[in-house]
Design a protein around this ligand. Structure first.
Ligand SMILES: Cc1ncc(COP(=O)(O)O)c(C=O)c1O
Length: 392
């Protein structure tokens, strides 16, 4: 018997949620089933809401500091879930992983410097660099059979010829959901050290390994990785608390860490709100049981999508994710132009998914589906898609 009810449908409209309240702004209409931005439709683990409510019921919200127990909860979580030892001095708070990446980009690179990303990839990797007047080069992933690989030869060529200052690694990789292997990560680290490239490793999806796949923290794979990396993680995806904006940054190498952490400190970019520390500590201390129930629910949703597509939507092939709650749908079998594909999903099927092209090279003909929602709603959405395709 399950303790948590992930089938419960909760109306999020009118709460300011981007998922439901920005449909018209982003998709041009409001009558869509929302399956896009990467948060979940599930209620948080009660330990988190209880802790926030308890603290909120004390009606003085003055300046607050992060207690030792907050730091210890992060350190213990990382050690237990990822077998990675992090010392207190190696970790700091940042209010969001994208912000953390933007801080690292601004600190470790200059205008005009080259930054490497690996498309198709989470859109802000490019936008943050371009918006800060950096030059972006993509070492595109290689599609192989039913998955994608990193082009390590291409990466070395870029490192050698274009002399980037920084690379952003998406580990696990959004939108495809790949848990990069230790071997691949070790080679990235070796190359980065050889060519003096700082690697920002975004590990925000790291707690959500699926179907037996395990996340490997980049900085843990070798001495090279520990020396070149700035790692970011968070309880936000794991426990559905991205609105709390609580993330952490780990830097092992003191030559990178000391000046970077000092810069964050003087600019007060590492100061958490009480809301963030209370939610994070509760999540990492009491949330494991909830997470252990969440993961099979998501796996079953993925299987449901796979089976539905196999039986009813032969033009759509879901690439099975190894982590997180996003499925990369290969829709090239529908043989539609970009505009026709978007029109099919939005105007005919009334579904809001992420347009694959927004993830850059390799995103053409793909859509990203968020399956962190009740199975009933998900199956209805697939039915809407089938009806839209077959009433063409
Ligand atoms: C790879 C990746 N990094 C970062 C984020 C956003 O992180 P934050 O809200 O902490 O900035 C997301 C959200 O979808 C993501 O998929």
């Amino acid at each position: 018997m399950n303790k948590y009810n992930f089938d419960k449908i909760i109306d999020r409209r009118g709460t300011g949620s981007i998922m439901t309240d920005c449909l018209t702004k982003v998709f041009g209409r409001d009558d869509l089933c929302p399956l896009w931005i990467a948060d979940m439709d599930f209620e948080v683990c009660p330990a988190i809401s209880d802790a926030i409510e308890k603290r909120a019921s004390h009606h003085i919200y003055g300046y607050s500091q992060a207690p030792e127990s907050y730091w210890n909860s992060i350190i213990k979580w990382i050690r237990k879930r990822h077998k990675w030892d992090v010392a207190h001095e190696e970790i700091t708070f940042v209010a969001g992983v994208v912000r953390g990446y933007a801080y690292a980009l601004n600190f470790f690179t200059q205008k005009g410097d080259t930054v490497v990303i690996q498309q198709p990839v989470y859109t802000p990797f490019r936008n943050v660099a371009i918006g800060n007047h950096r030059r972006v080069v993509s070492n595109d992933l290689i599609k192989k059979d039913d998955t994608y690989e990193m082009d390590l030869e291409g990466l070395e060529n870029i490192f050698r010829e274009q002399k980037p200052k920084l690379m952003v690694l998406c580990n696990p990789h959004n939108p495809i959901g790949i848990c990069w292997s230790k071997e691949t990560l070790t080679e990235v680290a070796r190359l980065a050290r050889k060519y003096d490239v700082v690697v920002v490793s975004d590990e925000i999806h790291g707690d959500l390994g699926l179907f037996g796949h395990k996340h490997t923290p980049f900085a843990s794979v070798s001495e090279d990785a520990a020396m070149v990396s700035i790692s970011f993680g968070a309880p936000s995806k794991t426990f559905n608390i991205p609105g709390v904006t609580s993330s952490w940054c780990v830097v092992k190498n003191p030559e990178l860490r000391k000046p970077f952490f000092q810069w964050l400190q003087v600019n007060e970019l590492n100061v958490p709100t009480w809301f963030a520390t209370v939610a994070t500590e509760a999540a990492y201390t009491y949330g494991e049981e909830w997470l252990e129930e969440l993961i099979p629910y998501i796996e079953d949703n993925i299987i449901a999508v796979e089976e539905y597509c196999k039986e009813n939507l032969p033009g759509i092939h879901p690439v099975r994710p190894q982590a997180s709650f996003l499925i990369w749908l290969d829709c090239t079998g529908l043989k539609l132009s970009h505009d026709a594909l978007i029109d099919l999903f939005v105007n005919k099927a009334h579904l809001a998914l992420n347009d694959g092209e927004t993830f850059g090279n390799g995103g053409e003909g793909h859509m990203r589906l968020n399956v962190a929602n009740s199975r009933g709603m998900l199956l209805n959405a697939l039915e809407q898609l089938k009806n839209a395709i077959y009433t063409e």
